[in-house]
Design a protein around this ligand. Structure first.
Ligand code: GLC
Length: 427
C-alpha cells in the first residue's frame, strides 16, 4: 500500500463524512438530446453573473451541450475534501473540476484525472506562465489546463499614505512604522490585515515571510524549515499582532473574503490578498473606489520580496461519461477570449502571458503589466503528490505560533521532524 493511500484516509476521513451522501446519488445527465456536463468550482468572488454569462456563451456556441455549474465552499481545504472523497469513491457525478495549483500532482498520481496533453499544442506551453504549467505536469504528462493565476499582493490605501507622505513600504519594519504612525491618529483604522486562520491560506501567508527572509521549507531534497530565517519570520508575524499591535487578533480566524470586506469598507490601511480583490474595490459604489494601490509585499532588509503562487486549473474527472463535451468547456474557458472576459468582469487573472499586453485589459487595469513580473517570479509551494500531508503538518503548527501556544522555535522544529518523517517514508 502506498504511503498516500495509507495515510490520507486517517488524516481526512472524519472531515469527509458530510460529503458522502452527496456522492451516493447519481444525477441524470441526458436530458432529451442534450449532453449535460457538471462543472464543479469554488465560489466566485464578487458578482457571479458575468461568469454565468460566459457559460451561456459556451452553450450558444456548442449547441447540444448544457453546463450545470455547481459551487463548492470558498475555502480550498473544503473543496479538497469534497474531491478526495468523491474521486476515491469513483464518482461520475461531475465532469469538469477546478483544482488548486497544489493538488494536481496528488490527483494525477491517484489516477483521478484524464491526461489532457493533447489540449495544449506543441509550442503552446510557453503561452502560459511557467509556475502553473509546472504544477499541472506530473511524470511529464499534462493533467489540467491553467485557468487563472494568483500571487500574494500588498493592497494599500493610496489616499491615506499620501496624506502622511509615505511611499508603499518595501521592508516589513517600514510597514509597521507607517501603520503605527497612522493608527495613532486614526484609531478607527486597522493597520495591516491578512489571512491567519488555520487553513491553506495561512501557509501561503507564512511562506511569504519565510521567503522574504531567505528561508524555505524544502530545498531540493533537503527539509530546511527549521532555520533561523524562518524563526525570525514567524516571530515577526506574531509580533505584528502582539508586540506592534498593528494587526488585529481577528486575523487569526480570517480567510480571504472577511479581510477583503474589512479593507473594502475602508477600515484598514494595508492588506495582503490575491489580485481578485482589486476589481471589487473599483466597482461603482465601493467606499474605496479610486483609493487603492497595489504593490509587491515587503521583505526583510537586504532580502527579496516574495509572493506565493496560487491559482486554479481545470481538469476532467477520470470517471466522467462526457469527456468530449468536458474538453470543449475547458478549451473554451482557458482560451484567450474567455480569460480576457474573466479578467475584465470578475478580476481573476489570466494564465496566458500574452493577455498582459492586451490593450483593453491594460486600459481597464493599468497595473496588470506590473503583475506580469509578480506572476513570473511567484514561488510555488512544494510541488509534490504529498503536499496535502505537508500542509496538514504546517497549518496547526503555524497557527499555534501565531496564537502564542508555541514559540516559533517549537513550532518549526516540530514541522521539521514531521515533514522529515513524511518525505522519508515517501522516498
Ligand atoms: C487562493 C489561491 C490558492 C490558495 C488559496 C488559499 O484561492 O489561488 O492557490 O491555495 O487561495 O486560501
Amino acid at each position: 500500500m502506498s504511503l498516500q493511500r495509507h495515510l490520507l484516509p486517517v488524516l481526512i476521513l472524519p472531515l469527509f463524512l458530510p460529503f458522502i451522501s452527496g456522492c451516493i446519488q447519481e444525477k441524470g445527465r441526458q436530458e432529451g438530446k442534450e449532453t449535460v456536463i457538471i462543472f464543479k468550482h469554488g465560489k466566485i468572488a464578487g458578482d457571479p453573473e458575468p461568469f454565468r454569462q460566459l457559460l451561456d456563451r459556451f452553450e450558444k456556441e456548442n449547441p447540444g451541450i448544457k453546463v450545470n455549474d455547481e459551487t463548492l465552499p470558498a475555502s480550498t481545504d473544503e473543496q479538497h475534501q469534497f474531491y478526495a472523497i468523491n474521486l476515491e469513491g469513483r464518482s461520475s457525478d461531475f465532469d469538469v473540476l477546478s483544482m488548486d495549483v497544489i493538488w494536481v500532482p496528488e490527483f494525477a498520481r491517484a489516477g483521478w484525472l484524464m491526461d489532457l496533453g493533447h489540449l495544449i499544442q506543441e509550442g503552446e506551453r510557453d503561452e502560459f506562465f511557467p509556475g502553473p504549467m509546472h504544477a499541472v505536469t506530473y511524470n511529464e504528462k499534462i493533467y489540467a489546463i491553467p485557468w487563472y493565476i494568483d500571487a500574494g499582493l500588498l493592497y494599500y490605501r493610496k489616499d491615506i499614505l499620501d496624506k502622511y507622505g509615505f511611499l508603499p513600504p518595501k521592508i516589513w519594519d517600514e510597514l509597521v512604522h507607517q501603520a503605527k504612525t497612522i493608527t495613532k491618529n486614526e484609531s478607527d483604522l486597522y493597520g495591516f490585515i491578512w489571512q491567519g486562520k488555520q487553513y491553506e491560506g495561512l501557509v501561503c501567508n507564512v511562506l511569504e515571510y519565510f521567503w522574504s527572509n531567505g528561508g524555505d521549507v524544502i530545498r531540493g531534497r533537503e527539509i530546511v524549515v527549521n532555520s533561523i530565517e524562518n524563526v525570525t519570520a514567524l516571530r515577526l508575524m506574531r509580533d505584528l499582532i502582539v508586540t506592534y499591535a498593528v494587526t488585529p487578533p481577528l486575523v487569526t480566524t480570517a480567510i480571504e473574503e472577511p479581510t477583503r470586506h474589512i479593507f473594502g469598507n475602508g477600515r484598514a490601511i494595508f492588506m495582503r490578498n490575491w489580485p481578485y480583490a482589486w476589481n471589487i474595490f473599483e466597482r461603482e459604489g465601493s467606499p474605496v473606489k479610486g483609493k487603492v494601490g497595489i504593490s509587491t509585499l515587503p521583505s526583510f532588509p537586504g532580502k527579496e520580496s516574495a509572493s506565493t503562487l496560487g491559482g486554479w486549473q481545470l481538469g476532467i474527472n477520470r470517471y466522467s461519461r462526457h469527456p468530449d463535451a468536458a474538453e470543449r468547456l475547458i478549451r473554451f474557458l482557458t482560451s484567450y477570449e474567455a480569460q480576457k472576459t474573466f479578467a475584465l468582469t470578475i478580476g481573476y487573472k489570466p494564465t496566458r502571458k500574452s493577455l498582459y499586453r492586451d490593450r483593453d485589459l491594460m486600459k481597464e487595469q493599468p497595473f496588470i503589466t506590473g503583475l506580469y513580473d509578480v506572476f513570473m517570479k511567484a514561488r510555488p509551494r512544494p510541488v509534490t503528490p504529498y503536499y496535502m500531508m505537508v500542509t496538514q503538518v504546517m497549518q496547526p503548527e503555524f497557527s499555534a505560533a501565531l496564537s502564542g501556544i508555541k514559540t516559533p522555535e517549537e513550532a518549526l522544529s516540530s514541522v521539521q521532524r514531521q515533514i522529515e518523517h513524511i518525505m522519508g517514508v515517501a522516498r
